[in-house]
Design a protein. Structure first.
Length: 330
């Protein structure tokens, strides 16, 4: 049984803590948050202890692994401290908002042969995973075009945007990882962005809509489109097109029931509205993979390197948006 602690008791931290508490191969021993009341409430709800300090987590020999679900600015120091304490780490994306800082983190921890997994949970969505496996088996031939659609139901609050690192690092980073998951390493990035949704996002120097073209080293082309507003729900779709056909993974709904009448045909339930609903299975699958990798000594995937490469694509996309030209990755 893998003893674990969860760092961060906000919305995503509580979801992770609940998943750990329910996991048959893990035991939630402690939770920690700077907001002591949030940690105490989470601990009481899930039958764990609220740690009074990080040192209490690092020194607890029963805790073999930590899950980091704190604000992005804390990821690098917490990863570094956890590795120094001999803990395996599952850390929410992104590694950091600054590429140089993320790379420096790896240089510091690499001599310790760290066990670090980055939380690109969408790799573990059953539909996305199946699409990729079938693509790898050659079901539609060699990948030629992939289309990734990722649209939020509504813009986040202004104070969230201020610390998010921008659309590419906050939202599109999931899609950059998915592009690499499907097509392999990326050679070129050409990004277009606009403010079409929320004027406040523009006033903060960010965009709310983007279309990005990627060229993989394999020759495959990938198109990513993002919007901070989708009035019909959380729009999450992937299409993989090849020489002999196409694979699609579509949106999820509460049920598969359709309504047919004189007024409408094939009317269905709305698309699921939140990322927690849509990717609930993916978060559980991510934890399954992490626990198994720790217990069996297998390589972590998505790895720290995957986290750096996704961040590298976000940086390249921002450079392309500024310059108006495609950016070649070295």
């Amino acid at each position: 049984m893998l003893g674990m602690a969860v760092l961060g008791c906000g919305r995503i931290g509580r979801l992770h803590a609940a998943n750990v508490a329910r996991h048959t191969g893990a035991r939630l021993l402690k939770v920690y948050d700077l907001a002591a009341a949030a940690a105490a409430a989470t601990a009481a709800e899930l039958g764990a202890l609220a740690a009074a300090s990080l040192d209490e987590v690092w020194s607890d020999r029963a805790i073999a692994a930590v899950l980091i679900a704190t604000p992005t600015a804390t990821h690098v120091p917490l990863i570094t401290q956890a590795v120094a304490a001999g803990k395996a780490v599952l850390c929410e994306k992104p590694v950091d908002l600054d590429l140089g800082r993320a790379r420096q983190c790896w240089q510091e921890i690499a001599p310790r042969t760290p066990r670090v997994m980055i939380g690109f949970n969408r790799r573990f969505d059953p539909s996305y995973y199946s699409l990729r496996e079938r693509l790898q088996r050659g079901e539609v031939g060699r990948l030629e075009i992939a289309v990734i659609t990722n649209r939020d139901p509504a813009p986040p609050p202004a104070d969230y945007i201020a610390g998010s690192g921008g659309l590419f690092r906050d939202m599109t980073i999931h899609d950059f990882d998915m592009a690499r998951y499907l097509a392999g390493d990326i050679a070129r990035v050409h990004a277009f962005g606009a403010n079409l949704v929320d004027a406040e996002i523009g006033r903060q120097g960010d965009i709310d809509t983007c279309a990005i073209s990627l060229e993989a080293r394999s020759g495959a082309l990938v198109q990513i489109n993002n919007s901070r507003r989708s009035v019909y729900g959380y729009d999450q779709r992937i299409e993989a097109f090849g020489a002999t056909g196409m694979l699609q993974a579509g949106n999820r709904r509460a049920t598969s029931v359709e309504s047919w009448s004189a007024a409408r045909t094939a009317a269905r339930d709305p698309v699921l509205y939140s990322f927690i609903e849509r990717y609930n299975e993916a978060y559980r699958g991510e934890l399954d993979a992490f626990v198994s990798a720790v217990e069996e000594g297998r390589p972590m995937s998505p790895s720290f390197t995957d986290g750096i490469e996704a961040l590298n694509l976000a940086v390249a996309a921002a450079e392309s948006l500024r310059s108006g030209a495609a950016v070649t990755l070295r």
